[in-house]
Design a protein. Sequence first.
Length: 452
Amino acid sequence: MTDDIRALLEEKPLIRDMAAGREVSWINPGKRPFAETAGKQELGPKDIEDAAARLQRFAPFIRLRFPETKARGGLIESDLKEIGKMRDCLNEKYGSALDGRLLLKLDSHLAVAGSVKARGGIYEVLKHTEDLALAHGILTPQEAADSSPENTAYRKLAEPAAREIFSRYTVQVGSTGNLGMSIGIMSAAVGFRVIVHMSADAKQWKKDLLRSRGVQVIEYASDYSEAVKNGRALSDADPTSYFVDDENSRNLFLGYAVAAKRLAGQLAEQEITVDGEHPLFVCIPCGVGGAPGGICFGLKQVFGDAVHVFFAEPVQAPCMLLGLASGKNSDICVQDIGLSGLTDADGLAVGRPSGFVGQVIEPHLSGEFTVKDARLYGWLRDLYARENVFLEPSACAAFQGPVRLMRDMQPYLEANGLTEKMKNAAHIVWATGGGLVPEAVRKRCLDVFFKG
Ligand SMILES: *Cc1c(COP(=O)(O)O)cnc(C)c1O
């Protein structure tokens, strides 16, 4: 441990607790009123609109390639499900004392990739596809400027002539699992060659599924950063290869951010009001930061100060919290404070956060919770038993939000004048993955019992 880190631990009891592997709850001192940030950041509502329009243009193509998206007109979107029985369970079994409605955002069951990565990952592949299609004259600039539902020109992208051109290009990505699945499946559907660089944490079934789709999987004995580093180097050496950069990609981030406006429509459908009197609390599991960061950023653009976004991370891999609470952003990793970075929550097994995301979300994020692996399986089983929904362990981390909110966040609620409004609140647990988990692995997850 360096002197620098020793001084940090000395100075910050929170980081001392994190280094000891304890669960912590953190209120972000850097959060600003939304109005102060509007127009002052690198990305804004226009960029999110642009991403949403692009997804609309691709909808006819997606419908062709993935008929399961037909009911939503070729858009990849998930349900928002009220989970009243799980709320009662959290209150009775875990002392959550939650007032108001509890909902689950089922990105775990998004079409094509079965995880939140179906947002960012697929968006990035489509953006790259559009760029190449324009460069090769497969699409005209007029066709790429028309985002009306009547524009069916993008169906051309599924024709053999287009596929032949795409087959000359490669897409590569480093992944703990789910990003590789979304990039891999969509790239293969477009016709690209795909190479996914997977860290040691990646589950075997994810590698098997990708290989069955014709994706080349390279395995690393080391962690996620190493897989990314090698993937990037190999891709950079090949002019026809495109590298999806999970840590810095604006495209990924914007693909995630599109979720917010669609969520607003779903809340309205269920007659859930979000405004100054009716706060919305959202908890999202965090790995490198792109998915929860993009969603958080999008939600703030839509709901402003009425939405309160928290992240959840494993006690052994709380990279975003470490970056934000230390002020060091991506210049520090969890191993620096003696943590292992190892967790059963494979989607969250990231040791160093995205510096880009950390800086964009710092004024927006309300706080963070960290959680021990052992709890994830309890919630996984409770949710399955009460609501008949299966989530992978990573996704269950988000239940730490509603469980801890009323216990640990009183100073936040008071500071924001929310105490009297909690009976009007709605709570969303953002379920980030689980839809593609094979039956045998599900059974094993449901059977895991941790002691202690
Ligand atoms: C990737 C992932 C996350 C977190 O996303 P990041 O962009 O890495 O922060 C959360 N849950 C699941 C299931 C994931 O696959």
